[in-house]
Design a protein around this ligand. Structure first.
Ligand SMILES: C[S@@+](CC[C@H](N)C(=O)[O-])C[C@H]1O[C@@H](n2cnc3c(N)ncnc32)[C@H](O)[C@@H]1O
Ligand code: SF4
Length: 436
């Protein structure tokens, strides 16, 4: 029964997610109209010192000169959005590995703070960058949450993931995390599960380590294998057996609580931790940098995946946006339902303030169906996910990210040579065509 329900839900959702990623090519001359009030800002930094075989993000090998030009373009695009009237309450710098060029990163965050005055700032990094020379300037420029990619504390799996040599053995990673814990109010550790050949004992070991770690937040993702990564994953990490997502996710839920409490379906924080508050009460966000997405007033925007094209566009005073997809009201409501409940609860007052009666009228069937299968509870104030619902939402979110990965793959396939050897010195104007 459970697996039948999952199959029906996921097939429907897969179809919807693929439909949502049908993005059309545009030559956006101005940033989109700014909304009233502050929203979130995402900045993408695609450079990594080593490329992991499983990774489906938009990333390229680190080259110092190329990274300098890229960061300068990011700063120009920040100024462009400020002139267009945008206001941002939070900043998330992701990648890639943003700390590849720490000086450039700090200069960029300092500029963002000067232009927009945001106080909630998150940065992604990898274990080898957890060192004083990187951490101290990040803390000084106002970074409040640092997120480090660990993936596993099992040395055998770290080797299979080609991370052992680049990012260190698990014992070194633990030492670095514990030493960095006092530098930021929130220190997050990313782990992955359902890896090929990962045993239940290996996962239990990860959980033992996490519970003894000084990090106060943990995000755990099921492995997502986009088409382009699948062959690399097979050759380095081995073939996948039957999915153990349900088993592994159940163990995370059972063991993380009560020391950690859920903030979303795949992010838990220690109860005593200074949890980042949401200062921004909006679903919209802007993404800048090559390969970033924005969502504004029901329209999804995609930025060019070519770093050359990105630097060239911004150099001409244009935003990096080269793709756009406007959604129907129906789709926007479904999106609000899915992303809202991914954060565990949907408060009725907020939903009614944003959508009036439309939300409940159009989505009553979905809310009732989710209640009937024990995924959602409802009271006067809110709809809330149960543990069963959290698991179903993880499956749906993974499907959604697989659709995003398919789009990334198509975009990256068109500019393979540039991505293997990023060289922005000539500013060559490569324009990957958007195929939907
Ligand atoms: C963009 S990475 C940035 C972290 C940093 N570059 C590092 O690896 O240390 C963010 C996180 O995405 C997750 N991730 C990457 N590829 C994934 C995949 N194929 N499936 C699931 N999660 C993935 C990993 O947990 C990773 O830490
Ligand atoms: S997992 Fe992190 S370090 Fe590895 S390729 Fe992806 S972004 Fe780069």
């Amino acid at each position: 029964m459970d697996s039948l329900l999952e199959r029906v839900l996921l097939t429907t959702f897969r179809w919807q997610s693929r439909h949502a990623m049908r993005i059309s090519e545009v030559d956006q001359r101005q940033p989109p109209p700014p909304p009233h009030g502050p929203i979130s800002l995402y900045v993408h930094v695609p450079f990594c010192t080593a490329l992991c075989p499983f990774c489906t993000f938009h990333r390229v090998p680190f080259r110092e000169q190329a990274s300098r030009r890229y960061f300068a373009a990011l700063r120009d695009e920040l100024r462009l959005y400020q002139r267009a009237g945008f206001s941002f309450g939070s900043l998330y710098v992701g990648g890639g590995t943003p700390t590849c060029a720490p000086g450039e990163l700090v200069e960029t965050i300092a500029l963002a703070r000067e232009l927009f005055g945001m106080s909630e700032i998150s940065v992604e990094t990898n274990p080898t960058d957890l060192r004083h020379a990187v951490l101290e300037p990040l803390a000084a420029v106002g970074v409040r949450r640092l997120s480090v990619g660990v993936q596993s504390f099992d040395d055998r799996l770290l080797r299979a993931m080609e991370r052992y040599d680049h990012y260190g053995a698990s014992s070194e990673v633990v030492e670095r995390i514990n030493a960095a814990a006092d530098s930021f109010p929130t220190l997050n550790v990313d782990l992955m599960y359902n890896l090929p050949s990962q045993s239940v004992a290996s996962l239990e070991h990860d959980l033992d380590v996490v519970l003894g770690l000084r990090a106060n937040q943990i995000s755990f993702y099921p492995l997502m294998t986009a088409h382009s990564a699948a062959a690399k994953i097979r050759s380095t990490m081995g073939a996948s057996g039957p999915s153990l997502v349900r088993e592994f996710y159940g163990r995370y839920l059972a063991r993380l609580r009560p020391a950690f409490q859920p903030q979303s379906c795949w992010c838990f924080s220690r109860t005593a931790a200074a949890i980042d508050e949401y200062v921004v009460d909006a679903d919209d966000y802007v993404g800048i940098g090559s390969g970033a997405f924005s969502y504004l007033d029901g329209t999804l925007y995609a930025t060019t995946f070519s770093l050359n094209h990105y630097v060239e566009r911004v150099g001409r005073g244009l935003p990096g946006i080269t793709g756009r997809r406007a959604f129907s009201l129906d789709h926007r409501l479904k999106n609000a339902f899915l992303t809202g409940l991914f954060g565990l609860e949907l408060r009725k007052a907020r939903v009614r303030g944003r959508w009036g009666d439309e939300f409940e009228e159009r989505l009553r069937w979905a809310l009732d169906a989710m209640r009937a299968v024990g995924a959602v509870t409802e009271d006067r104030e809110a709809w809330r996910l149960t543990d069963r619902g959290m698991y179903l939402w993880v499956l749906m979110m993974s499907e959604f990210y697989e659709s995003v990965n398919r789009f990334r793959e198509a975009m990256r396939a068109a500019i393979r040579a540039e991505l293997e050897e990023p060289d922005l010195r000539h500013g060559a104007s490569l324009r990957p065509r958007i195929v939907s």
